[in-house]
Ligand binder design. Sequence first.
Ligand SMILES: Cc1cc2nc3c(=O)[nH]c(=O)nc-3n(C[C@H](O)[C@H](O)[C@H](O)COP(=O)(O)OP(=O)(O)OC[C@H]3O[C@@H](n4cnc5c(N)ncnc54)[C@H](O)[C@@H]3O)c2cc1C
Length: 415
Amino acid sequence: MAEKYLILGTGASGLSAVRTIKKIKPSSDIYAAFSDDHPYSRMLIPYYLTSEITGEKLYDRNEKFLNDLGVKLLPGRKATKLFADTKRVEFDNGEIIGYDKLLIATGSVPVVPERWSSFERVVSLWDYHDVERFKGRLGSADEIVIIGSGFIGMIFANALYKIGKKITIIEKLDTVLPKMLPETAALMFREQLMNNGVTLVTGDAITEIDEKSDKITISTENGKEITGDMAVIAVGIKPNIDFLKSSGITIKDAIIVDKQLKTNDESIYAAGDIAECPALRENGNAIYPTWPAAVEHGEVAGSNMAGEKRDYLGGLLYNSVTFGTISAASFGRWNDTDAEIVRWKDPAKGRFIQFCIKNDIIIGASLLGDNDRIGIIKGLIGQGKKIAGDFLKNPSAFANEFLLSNYFAGNAYKG
Ligand SMILES: Cc1cc2nc3c(=O)[nH]c(=O)nc-3n(C[C@H](O)[C@H](O)[C@H](O)COP(=O)(O)OP(=O)(O)OC[C@H]3O[C@@H](n4cnc5c(N)ncnc54)[C@H](O)[C@@H]3O)c2cc1C
């Protein structure tokens, strides 16, 4: 009898694993269970919010893709318990499904303080239903407060800015994009946000939210009261691991996997935001909550599940975000305090580059206003090649140096 594969989650990593398994074993028996109503891509949510794409566009392609491959789709199934010893998963509708090989690809969940989770006008915009509800009220809402100025907060700030909403961002720390940019770059980004009409409240944490019939009022530690029509909570995400408690799967911050993305159970793999996997050229593991990482994880896990051994070379943490015409990106260990720092900036053009260097190797970088160089920097850090001293004297010229050196030949790093 054909092996039965159960895939939990049809986001970036789940889809990529299905594609890989079917490529290697076209007649494999795959079940894909997911808690959402449809298999959609979270990355498209901001475009659905701005109506740049329709609701159907969010998931049509994925649904067709899975159906065409003959995958048995089990929508609206939230896994609640894993019985690894008997190879079964229990779902919130009481159903129990067995497997020969299991992939856990259930992603992350947003951190939303319990006391605000039932508010109508305070949302995390994590899933389709959240966005539907939010969009339903958006017509009569002009002032939106974004709580948190990290990657996700900035993505939503940009989406709402595009459709002409008045935006206030509240950030507990002193600078915006605190997990992506050093202070100098963050201040430049902040200035550009303000030039575009965004109100910024930094270095101040919210203490309470009061939801009245058609307004919210947010109180802060510094005694401010900020009003708006709706708020988006974007204060962080965490791997979606609660249903795995007492399953016997080794979990630290997320599910610990080896180079093949296999857990401590021979039949169970994990991929995407929920996997804590080998870090690039470093000891230990890390979580890589980004789309490209999830796709690569899915390929590696799917390949190994289908019997073709493949190793994950290790991930590079990478994030990029745009607000209006301003772009920011961070790579690898951009804030390593032991590293030598090389910076270059041109405030008039809104440009900034910072490299973190250890033993002549670039281990991290931050970038402002130079989107076309993102791929090059990813390659530089990814391969970990030693760099020449002269090169560092003028980081702004690095693209030419880099391309002329035929650097990509034999490049082992993918991404
Ligand atoms: C608004 C937004 C914008 C983003 N933009 C970018 C970007 O521009 N670039 C980038 O690199 N990354 C971006 N990301 C991050 C990126 O989307 C994630 O890193 C990626 O989707 C992770 O893939 P995944 O397969 O691990 O999980 P997901 O894509 O989140 O998929 C999780 C799947 O698991 C299912 N599921 C969840 N819980 C259960 C359960 N208990 N039982 C069964 N099924 C379950 C869900 O239904 C879903 O199918 C964005 C994220 C968000 C929210």
